[in-house]
Unconditional design. Structure first.
Length: 397
């Protein structure tokens, strides 16, 4: 057996993976056009209409509202959908804190429903049991770029008269059953934060097929104005949460590469899944056949649950990093997050506990991440990753 790099052996690789973001003269030209226009803010309407139209079309949506970031995109979507302070919002705990904080920011209460262990997506079969008279919405999180089961979640939401919000922050370009994500719920939100597959440093967007919801969301993000009203015509209370024209320019450049990058990530993910498929000690995730396009914001694999009592995830990650494989650990399960627990208690007056063992195991013991820029590397790099995983797992016995 080769000596591990962490113990002084030779690492599997020293070559870096592709840097992120990827950009060229196109972004520079588009930004310069905005700069020279003198209309830089979110009311200039230089690049924003084109961005909103293109982004909506990619996801089969009729309407798009550009927003300052992905977190407040969820907040605005919840409020546009009629969620009020004290209302409950069902969501998975295996997600970034913004899914929960976007509700807590105005006093809506996150209710956590556990994930499927082999997909890491919210378990639709557990959602109905969590519905109460206070439930007003379900948030489907398309974790790592894999769409949640929108067919079942839509049916459950319709049955109980609930709004379905899609947190598509990691899922630009993904499709469920042939239809773009973000357009299958009542509203769908996306993030353009610097790590995302389409990146403007910050930014977000809301999609919907409902004109009334789109207009309400637009008003909430535009200090309570109405679309065809006067500049000082404020008919409700809203925030100033507009995206700038400079961000829209960058995003138009980024979108020009979306299809090519998605195809490369998909090819590499298929190869890496095959290479890891017969590796002792690890398992790949199940992909629902209705996921007709995966965004692959993160490639995830699992340490075999049968081994986690004697194999420490943090130790596996340290050893893989030493081999030149830049894996990371991922989330803290939000049902155990102190900030979420404390903020929920502030609004409800009680400390709520949720049993989410699948999410907790995924966070603490099992799931390992590779970021989306790594999946833009070449085919030989996928072999390096698989070789590193095999080497480390073999050393653990």
């Amino acid at each position: 057996m080769d000596k591990l790099a962490i113990d002084g052996g030779l690492p599997i690789r020293t070559k870096p993976f592709p840097a992120w973001p990827i950009y060229d003269e196109l972004e520079e030209r588009l930004i310069l056009e905005v700069v020279r226009s003198g209309k830089w803010g979110g009311t200039g309407r230089i690049k924003l209409p084109e961005l909103e139209e293109k982004f909506a079309a990619i996801h089969d949506a009729k309407h798009a509202v550009s927003i300052a970031n992905g977190t407040v995109a969820i907040t605005i979507s919840l409020q546009a959908a009629g969620v009020q302070p004290g209302d409950e919002v069902i969501m998975p705990p295996y997600t970034f804190i913004a899914t929960a904080s976007s509700a807590l920011l105005f006093g809506a209460i996150p209710v956590f429903v556990d994930i499927e262990p082999d997909t890491l997506l919210i378990d639709p079969e557990k959602v109905e049991a969590a519905i109460t008279s206070k439930t007003k919405a379900i948030i489907a999180v398309h974790i790592a770029g894999a769409p949640a089961n929108l067919t079942r979640l839509r049916a459950i939401a319709n049955k109980h008269g609930l709004r379905l919000i899609e947190d598509s922050a990691q899922a630009v370009g993904a499709r469920w059953d042939g239809v773009g994500v973000g357009a299958q719920g009542d509203l769908g939100t996306f993030s353009f934060q610097s790590s995302k597959n389409i990146n403007a440093g910050e930014g977000g967007i809301i999609l919907t097929n409902d004109r009334e919801l789109a207009d309400h969301a637009w008003s909430l993000a535009n200090v309570g104005r109405i679309r065809e009203g006067g500049w000082y015509q404020h008919e409700t209370i809203g925030w100033n949460l507009r995206m700038t024209e400079l961000q829209a320019a960058i995003l138009l450049g980024q979108l020009s590469r979306l299809d090519d990058q998605m195809e490369r990530r998909e090819r590499n993910a298929q190869l890496l899944t095959e290479l890891l498929g017969d590796t002792p000690g690890v398992r790949t995730l199940r992909r629902d056949p209705k996921i007709t396009r995966h965004a692959l914001h993160i490639f995830m694999f699992r340490i075999d649950p049968d081994l986690t009592d004697r194999i420490n995830k943090a130790d596996v990650i340290r050893k893989l990093n030493a081999e030149g494989i830049p894996v990371t650990s991922g989330y803290v399960s939000l049902n155990q997050n102190k900030a979420v627990i404390n903020e929920t208690k502030k609004w409800t007056g009680e400390e709520r506990a949720y049993s989410c063992p699948n999410s907790e195991r995924a966070c603490d013991k099992e799931i390992v991440w590779l970021s989306q820029n790594i999946m833009l590397a070449g085919e030989p790099d996928m072999y390096d990753i698989a070789a590193g995983v095999r080497k480390v797992m073999a050393s653990l016995g």
